[in-house]
Design a protein around this ligand. Structure first.
Ligand SMILES: C[S@@+](CC[C@H](N)C(=O)[O-])C[C@H]1O[C@@H](n2cnc3c(N)ncnc32)[C@H](O)[C@@H]1O
Length: 237
């Protein structure tokens, strides 16, 4: 569990808590409106991390919020940070959990690219939702996970080195530290896994930082404009 590698965790913590990564810029402005009115809902947050989304759900009157994360570092930080807010924190992998009552909404932010096999994962989500419930998640875009070695630049500009898109499977990359493992699959594999699990696709978004003001010419070099960073999908039962 890379989030329990202390060198990684300290750097990720700085990125996330100072909000210099993707969350505040693109993920939250895109995903939160997709959740709809959460008041009165029983919600599960898979890969809850520091608990930002769980706290937001509670502030927006979700009836119950279960926030789950397998990282001991994340669990310790989130439970301390959000004590007394009525959030139920669970330490563990989603795949290992058994829940007595179904959820109205399952959310997951930027966690599913760490999951090796999405088919049983989505089937479990489907089984744990009420009829009419939704799964809304964001993940690293397959264009990024395909070849996570970054950008190149030549006289013609800055490019994302997209290759191996159709070679699905494990990717090992350097992100703060060596040996960060993610799973790459194509966008169609993700969407078809949802359909096979019984979901109907309600919305698919590839957010760009549209709200930012760009000086003349900057759009071509700002790396968020070069390729999609994340995909956000809403699926209904
Ligand atoms: C990039 S962090 C995102 C944290 C938080 N959702 C956010 O957006 O700030 C990814 C999180 O997914 C968690 N994770 C990885 N695999 C998981 C799994 N199988 N079940 C639940 N959480 C998982 C990690 O422990 C980590 O905290």
């Amino acid at each position: 569990m890379i989030y329990d590698n202390d060198a990684f965790f300290e750097q990720y913590k700085r990125l996330r808590l100072e909000d210099t990564g993707l969350n505040g810029k693109m993920e939250e402005p895109c995903m939160r409106p997709m959740l709809g009115d959460v008041s009165g809902l029983r919600v599960l947050d898979i890969g809850a991390g520091f608990g930002h989304q769980a706290a937001w759900l509670k502030e927006h009157n979700a009836q119950a919020v279960v926030a789950l994360d397998p990282s001991a570092n994340m669990f310790a930080h989130a439970t301390a940070r959000h004590a007394g807010k009525g959030i139920t924190f669970v330490h563990g992998y989603y795949e290992d959990q058994v829940f007595d009552d179904p959820f109205d909404l399952i959310v997951s932010s930027m966690a599913l690219h760490y999951v090796e096999d999405l088919a049983p994962f989505f089937a479990k989500c489907h089984g744990e939702l009420v009829e009419g419930g939704h799964l809304v998640f964001s993940m690293e875009h397959p264009v990024c996970t395909a070849n996570p070695t970054g950008y190149s630049e030549d006289g013609g500009g800055k490019f994302w080195r997209l290759t191996d898109y159709f070679r699905e499977g494990e990717r090992v990359q350097t992100w703060f530290v060596d040996g960060v493992r993610k799973t790459h699959r194509t966008l169609s594999t993700v969407i078809n896994a949802l359909i096979a699990a019984g979901f109907a696709i309600r919305q698919v978004e590839e957010p760009a930082p549209m709200d930012r003001e760009y000086p003349e010419g900057e759009k071509t070099t700002d790396y968020f404009w070069i390729r999609p960073s994340i995909v956000v999908i809403k699926a209904g039962k």
